[in-house]
Design a protein around this ligand. Structure first.
Ligand SMILES: C[S@@+](CC[C@H](N)C(=O)[O-])C[C@H]1O[C@@H](n2cnc3c(N)ncnc32)[C@H](O)[C@@H]1O
Length: 319
């Protein structure tokens, strides 16, 4: 796998393989190693191209939650972010039965931390914890380390969600945000989560689901030893609300893209790809006639994402 189109093809077919699997997870992804290699390459590219402060999830819009978050982190928000992606991070900790002022000495692990900005925010929301971010993309980890690491308080490591480089029972809270839909073997990841969590520790798991992946998750969660599932909240409406706000002309999301120098047609194509990547189809996005015409000419190949049905926040406790 060498050229960018080859990597994109391997990534999109791997995603389809994982998320449209009708077997409830009993048929593991046909080419797990190829998918992981494509995933690392794609997010390496994203880490090279993304501006500082960028998060890579679809975000959620909940004005009350945003208000609560701003009260905890004074000065948070505009002009550098719309805050939607950060709200998902806030939700991940805030909905656990641990007071946010009571994190001192706890070990928080984020699996699939991207460039680390979300975990950096959590370190301000829940001060005193030891926070570790892990990601499959070496470049994302390098950037996070270079720009955000702070001694023991915030460190980043390269690794795979399905084979975590941590001791048994060494983690108090494991956060996983919009990452597990790319893991070929969800059971391996949940098994690793159960292994590294201390008894009484929490898994806060947020992700997007196709119909088939919902079944895989249901079955895998049931089969994973050591985890008691405490809640399963459908947050799709709040995620769609964030994506729609981002798609609107003049939004922070679109203006940021607008500031980059490119010709207007390239800008339209870039905006289209970005809207697709950030949940456009999930929120009812329709490509413009220009994009449709470019698609017919073979210039814009990507017209849709996977048929995602819901976006959910699940919490489990380690027995
Ligand atoms: C959509 S991004 C989300 C990043 C971050 N959680 C956020 O919300 O901004 C998915 C992340 O999962 C990482 N990832 C994918 N497969 C992984 C794996 N097997 N192990 C660890 N990280 C993985 C990717 O490199 C990427 O950084």
């Amino acid at each position: 796998m060498s050229s960018t189109p080859d990597v994109m093809t391997a990534f999109t077919s791997g995603l389809a393989d994982i998320n449209l699997d009708e077997s409830g997870g009993t048929r593991r992804s046909a080419n797990a190693a190829g998918m992981k290699s494509a995933s690392a390459t794609i997010y390496d590219m994203a880490a090279t191209l993304s501006g500082q402060g960028t998060l890579w999830n679809w975000g959620m819009y909940d004005p009350d939650l945003a208000k609560e978050m701003r009260a905890r982190v004074p000065g948070f928000g505009e002009p550098w972010t719309d805050g939607f992606s950060e709200q998902l991070y806030f939700l991940a900790l805030r909905d656990l039965p641990i007071d946010l002022g009571n994190y001192a000495g706890r070990h928080v692990l984020e699996v699939g931390c991207g460039m680390g900005e979300g975990l950096n925010l959590l370190s301000r929301i829940a001060p005193g914890a030891r926070m570790t971010g892990l990601d499959l993309s070496p470049k994302a980890v390098d950037r996070a380390t270079a720009t955000l690491s702070r001694g023991d308080a915030l460190t980043f490591v390269h690794g795979d969600a399905e084979d975590l480089p941590f001791e048994d029972a060494s983690v108090d809270v494991l956060v996983n945000i919009e990452s597990s839909h790319t893991y070929p073997d969800l059971g391996k990841f949940l098994g690793e989560a159960a292994r590294v969590l201390r008894p009484g520790g929490f898994l806060s798991h947020i992700d997007v689901y196709t119909r088939q992946r919902t079944e895989t998750m249901r079955r895998t969660a049931e089969e994973t030893e050591g985890l008691d599932w405490k809640s399963d909240h459908d947050i799709s409406d709040r995620v769609r609300a964030a994506v729609r706000r981002r798609m609107a002309p003049g939004s922070h999301f679109r203006t940021t893209l607008g500031k980059q120098r490119m010709n207007p047609l390239v800008r339209q194509i870039a905006a289209h790809s970005q809207i697709l990547m950030f949940g456009g189809m999930f929120a009812g996005y329709q490509p413009s006639p220009t994009i449709k015409a470019l698609n017919k000419m073979g210039i814009v190949p990507w017209m849709s994402g996977l048929p995602m049905e819901s976006y959910r926040h699940r919490i489990a406790v380690r027995r």
